[in-house]
Structures are given as C-alpha cells and as structure tokens.
Design a protein around this ligand. Structure first.
Ligand code: KIV
Length: 263
C-alpha cells in the first residue's frame, strides 16, 4: 500500500475505485494483508475464528482493544477499523465512552457499529464528538440470537426500503462508509446508489463500492463452516496441517534438526 487512507480519501474513492477491506486480528497477519488492503477491519468475528466461540456476542471491549493494538502495531500505515462489540453502544453516552476508550488505548482510525436507522442517533453522537464511524447494515451478526440465526436481508420490498432508509440515516448521521452484509445483490446495489459514501459488501454481490472478507475464511483457515459468499483464495488449513505433519514426522525420525539448524 502506498499512502495511508483517511476518511476523506475513503469517501472520495466512491465511483473512482473499489475498496479492498480485509479483517486481521494480530500484527503478523495485519502486516501480511496491509500490502494489498485499503482498510483493515478488526472484526468481532475474531471471537469465532480466534477465540473459538460459536458467535460474536461474547467479544469484549478489552479483547477488541487488545487485538486492535496488535493490528495497529503490525500495520502502522493502514487505515484500521475496530468493531464495537455487542452491548457497548446501546445508548449514545455509553457508545461514546466506549469508543473514546478504543481511540485512547489504540491508534484505530474508526469504529464500526451494527445497525441502521435505529442507531443513527448513536452514530451522530460519536461523529459529533470526534469518532469516525463505519456503519454495518443488513445481516447483523450481533443479532444472531435475537433473530434466530443469520438471516439474508433484502428479500422483500419492505426490507429493501428499510435497507435504503438505514443507509441514508447512517450517512446523514455522519458515517464515512457502510458495510452491507448478507443482502440480495440487486438490493445492495440500490443501497450503494442511494448514498454518497462507499458501501462495502460482504455477501452482497459485486455492484457495491468495495468488498470485505474475513481473512481466516478467504485463506481457508477457518474450517467450522464456510458461508456461501466466501471464496477461498488459499487452502490454508490443509497447507498448515501438511506442514505440521511433516515437522512431526521429522521430529519422530530425527530428520529434524539437521546440521544447518544446529549450533
Ligand atoms: O466482524 C467482522 O469480521 C465483520 C465482517 C463480517 C464485516 O463485521
């Protein structure tokens, strides 16, 4: 990556270039992805692929701050977004207190919060108080329990209108970009057309302003399940397991270490 993006350059990219966002949870992978990602998202998905939980609900602010620091250390020249975990932005005062903690304890450039028009007041309060906000509409992983599963959105006329209203409300509240997840492609495209800020899709088709994937999904490292929208660019789990097996075999036969690995 050449120059670190800012919320201004991200907003300006709309219609000019497609944005590449990838998650990372540690310094090692942040450095690796930073060469080709415009934006690194420290997603609360880390609670699943990193902490081994079945959903994102139990991720804590402390956990997000820890991982965001690691990512900022590994990719100091990248634009980094820290996901606000479940329960940390239920009203505008607690949202601001928690987002300030993220900004003071890490060098994250922005926070991300899930929700549409219902969260516009919170988004506005954060933006008015110096916190850059990325919205997240459509399928909301933090609502998995209250909605009884991961539900693709935009299937009905009413849902399509709601998504457009959500995006417009988040934009009017001051967000600089919006992640749209698990939405029918044509509806996501209509949402992207309705607002002037970039709309970055995940499971939302190609006609939006950029894409985001979870790094452990796209590298084939996360084996528990693979959502339909994930393309595996690497068979990471097999490669890692093969390498570990080779190491184990060599340890057991004393083929490792060799002369060149020995003092
Ligand atoms: O937590 C996360 O990784 C996310 C992406 C799915 C957008 O929010």
């Amino acid at each position: 990556m050449s120059k670190k993006l800012t919320i201004t350059s991200i907003k300006k990219s709309k219609g000019e270039k497609l944005l590449v966002m990838i998650t990372a949870y540690d310094a090692l992978f942040a450095k690796l992805v930073s060469e080709n990602a415009d934006i690194i998202l420290v997603g609360d998905s880390l609670n699943m692929s990193f902490a081994g939980k079945s959903d994102t609900i139990s991720a804590t602010l402390e956990q997000m701050i820890y991982h965001t620091n690691a990512v900022c250390n590994g990719a100091p020249d990248s634009f980094v977004i820290c996901d606000m975990p479940f329960g940390t932005y239920i009203d505008k005062e607690s949202a601001l207190k928690n987002a300030i903690e993220v900004f003071q304890k890490t060098s994250a450039d922005s926070v991300k919060i899930e929700g549409g028009a219902d969260k516009a007041e919170v988004v506005k309060y954060l933006c008015d108080n110096g916190i850059a906000v990325c919205g997240h509409i459509g399928l909301l992983p933090q609502s998995v329990r209250s909605e009884g599963g991961y539900k693709v959105k935009g299937k009905t006329n009413a849902e399509q209108l709601q998504l457009i209203e959500d995006a417009e409300a988040i934009e009017a509240a001051g967000a600089f970009c919006i992640v749209i997840e698990g939405v029918k492609a044509e509806v996501a495209a209509a949402v992207a057309t309705a607002v002037k800020i970039p709309v970055i899709g995940i499971g939302a088709g190609a006609n939006v302003d950029g894409q985001v994937l979870v790094f452990s999904d796209m590298l084939g490292l996360f084996e528990a399940f693979t959502p339909k929208f994930v393309k595996k660019y690497l068979d990471g789990a097999s490669l890692v397991k093969d390498a570990i097996k080779e190491y184990a075999d060599e340890v057991k036969t004393r083929a490792f270490p060799k002369e060149e690995h020995t003092y």
